[in-house]
Design a protein around this ligand. Structure first.
Ligand code: GLU
Length: 324
């Protein structure tokens, strides 16, 4: 839990949040480093100048700046939520037999499994996410997809759709993910029909949202699983600690350790250029800016979160207080 001293300052003084994100948007707009993800052909077509920041507090206040209505596919950020659904479907003990909770220090798409257990290392890397998605219950592909989409609806408060072009683009080029699924089938880590599991994984990655939706989802996790706008319980609150723990240790690809050290809050990024961060019991933060660094994290997104964490005193282990 964050420092109560910081929490009090932010609650009393919530309007400065808008001022801070406006300043950060202006400051980092001119930062044009990074490259678009191009291994999924459709993602390479995105406008690299798009940039938005949004904060949603657990009492439902929304602060946003930039292209916050622009839709994009959430890619890896979906892994967090699919993990929550798999936990609800099977419980912690069973899910742990299929997917570990150990950071890899490797790239998100590394083809590695734990030597002894043959489990993928964690649900935030591709192998672990494919195994997680294969656990989602449903009588057939359509029901499984509908359960996933309905889960996203609870988190953001309105219906979501899959971007068919991005889904098809990844489905026809995702050979690496297909290879991982075959490896896991070989070791009995996936039982389901592989193509169906992969399709569902590619579909969850191609779910479209905007920056505000992403911040509402983060705020829902910050708010013990209850959407702060609609009040609906999106996920069983028993699993919030599981979800936030793996986000904290594994959510930012092979930058996760440095992120935890410097920024100090659970987060997840995606190759779409989105980053979602959770300040437990306080707020959800989302940044969208497509150009990525060499590890696959949004360049502007990392900078914005780093400065937000410093200025608002968000690091979970920081005792020095907010600077606004
Ligand atoms: N759909 C992407 C993949 O499986 C997601 C990767 C990501 O955002 O990290 O490669």
């Amino acid at each position: 839990m964050s420092n109560p001293e910081n929490q009090e300052k932010i609650e009393i003084n919530s309007s400065p949040l808008l001022k801070v994100i406006n300043e950060l948007h202006l400051k980092y707009k001119s930062l044009t480093e990074g490259t678009l993800a191009n291994y999924i052909p459709e993602l390479a077509k995105v406008n690299p100048d798009l940039f938005s920041i949004c904060i949603v507090t657990v009492d439902g206040q929304i602060y946003e700046v930039g292209d916050s209505q622009q839709l994009f596919t959430i890619q890896s950020i979906s892994k967090v939520f699919a993990y929550g659904l798999a936990l609800e479907d099977h419980g912690r003990d069973y899910v742990l037999t299929r997917v570990g909770v150990e950071p890899t220090g490797e790239a998100f798409n590394a083809i590695i499994l734990d030597e002894q257990s043959k489990r993928p290392y964690n649900p935030m890397v591709n192998a672990g996410a494919i195994a997680t998605t294969s656990l989602i219950k449903g009588a057939g592909a359509t029901e499984r997809l509908n359960r996933l989409l309905d889960m996203f609806r609870r988190y953001i408060g309105h219906d979501v759709f899959v971007d068919i072009s991005v889904f098809t683009s990844e489905r026809s080029t995702g050979h690496r993910n297909r290879a991982m699924a075959h490896l896991m089938l070989n070791f009995g880590m996936i039982n389901q029909n592989i193509e169906e599991a992969l399709d569902l994984y590619f579909q969850q990655c191609a779910v479209m949202m905007n920056c505000r939706d992403l911040a509402v989802m983060a705020a829902t996790l910050a708010n013990r699983g209850a959407n702060p706008i609609t009040g609906e319980q999106a996920v069983d609150k028993r699993y919030i600690k599981d979800i936030l723990s793996v986000m904290y240790t594994c959510g930012m690809y092979n930058f996760a350790g440095e992120w935890a050290y410097k920024i100090g809050i659970p987060a997840k990024s995606g190759v779409c250029g989105g980053i979602m961060a959770v300040v437990p019991h306080q707020m959800g933060i989302a940044v969208f800016s497509p150009p990525l660094d060499s590890r696959g994290n949004s360049v502007r997104g990392v900078k914005v979160c780093e400065e937000l964490s410093q200025r608002l005193g968000l690091h979970l282990f920081d005792c020095s207080g907010s600077q606004i």
